[in-house]
Design a protein around this ligand. Structure first.
Ligand SMILES: Nc1ncnc2c1ncn2[C@@H]1O[C@H](COP(=O)(O)OP(=O)(O)OP(=O)(O)O)[C@@H](O)[C@H]1O
Length: 358
């Protein structure tokens, strides 16, 4: 479908918005642009190379740019779309690679698996070409959808902070320079450049919860809950989350003790913390000991159990691969003993852990 359908908004590519959006690129040596060939990432490629040219003209230090497209092997058109990205990248003077996946994706949970696999291959490629950052083209609309999606899933404050503009991905920085842009604006960027883009049919496939939520957006916007408002909520949540993380760091400095293979807290000290801070401390310990982040509702249940334990008594619970044991004075979190296959119970665990398995 031609790109020119969208109504262009008045944001020229040479304006301050471009400089603000791409300012985080200035801290990097080489940025790998993740470009699927859809409208958002095609615009990312156009805007990033325009920003870079303008910066170079002003003799500013600019990072190298490179482009990669992941072919998930899921759609017959994917190869041709990747080649089209390659042609545009070539015209812009950027190196382009098409990356395949090492394994075939399973039939179920395909979107999530595709996303994880995509980040893995992008990371490996970034390392191979010496890029210290990867940029994706998430937009303000993606941010709004993510907030709604997480609300629907029962996320807490950290989850509602949604997509961060910048985060660490195993030592490489993941940048999202276009969170301040609406999808319509990016479609207009492609249209103004006379560049066509691919359309992913799964974006409108009602089998996917994301697509169903996307379809609700116009009605919600009509009631006042538009993308800008949801994005503002995400920004406020991110600000509050950062403050709570800082407070948790302080509490950890006073309470967190590493002993042997476990993390130990003074039980009274832990319970004296504001509930949100105590929750985060236990969550961090569980993630460290068990190797994965616990689900919020399950973490809350463990905290409720701990708070309700009568003084002078103890017990244990397992959560996300960790064993949380409350003694009379201390709470210890360590890796849970391996489950015996088929029993669903921790093998050789304490009575408390067995109690939890019921
Ligand atoms: N096949 C691909 N090749 C390269 N980059 C991709 C590909 N698919 C998506 N991306 C990058 O990821 C961004 C987000 O894409 P999309 O919204 O489709 O992803 P998603 O599956 O929702 O994953 P997530 O939002 O968690 O990254 C795109 O704007 C683009 O930068």
């Amino acid at each position: 479908m031609p790109a020119a359908e969208a109504a262009p908004r008045s944001r020229g590519p040479g304006d301050a918005a471009l400089a603000t959006s791409f300012a985080p690129f200035e801290r990097h040596r080489k940025v790998l642009l993740a470009v699927s060939g859809g409208p958002d990432s095609t615009a990312l490629m156009l805007l990033a190379s325009r920003w870079r040219a303008a910066m170079a003209e002003a003799s500013a230090k600019v990072p190298e740019l490179a482009v990669a497209t992941v072919d998930h092997g899921l759609r017959p058109d994917a190869r041709a779309e990747a080649e089209a990205v390659g042609r545009l990248a070539g015209a812009l003077g950027l190196d382009h690679a098409v990356l395949g996946l090492p394994r075939r994706l399973p039939a179920t949970g395909v979107q999530e698996m595709a996303r994880n696999a995509r980040y893995d291959v992008l990371l490996a490629h970034a390392r191979a070409i010496g890029a210290d950052a990867i940029a994706t083209a998430h937009t303000g609309d993606d941010q709004a959808e993510t907030v709604l999606f997480r609300l629907m899933r029962g996320s807490g404050l950290s989850g509602l902070a949604a997509i961060p503009a910048e985060r660490d991905l195993e030592g490489i920085v993941l940048l999202r320079p276009l969170l301040g842009w609406a999808k319509d604006e990016l479609i207009a960027v492609c249209a103004a450049a006379g560049v066509d883009f691919a359309r992913d049919p799964s974006n409108a496939d009602p089998r996917f919860a994301r697509a169903r939520l996307r379809a609700l957006m116009p009605e919600l916007a009509h009631e006042g809950l538009d993308a800008a408002r949801l994005a503002r909520l995400a920004a406020r949540m991110a600000r509050a989350d950062a403050a709570l993380e800082a407070a948790t760091d302080e509490a950890a400095a006073a309470l967190w003790r590493e002993q042997g293979e476990g993390i130990t807290f003074d039980r009274a000290g832990l319970l004296a913390q504001p509930a949100e801070i105590g929750l985060r401390l236990i969550g961090r310990a569980v993630e460290r000991a068990g190797g994965r982040a616990p689900e919020l509702a399950k973490l809350e249940a463990v905290q409720a159990w701990l708070s309700a334990l009568p003084a002078g008594t103890g017990g244990a619970r397992t959560l996300a691969g960790a064993l949380i044991r409350a003694g009379q004075v201390r709470v210890t979190v360590r890796q849970a003993p391996a489950r015996r296959p088929g029993t669903g119970r921790p093998g050789g665990a304490s009575s408390g852990a067995r109690e939890n398995a019921r």
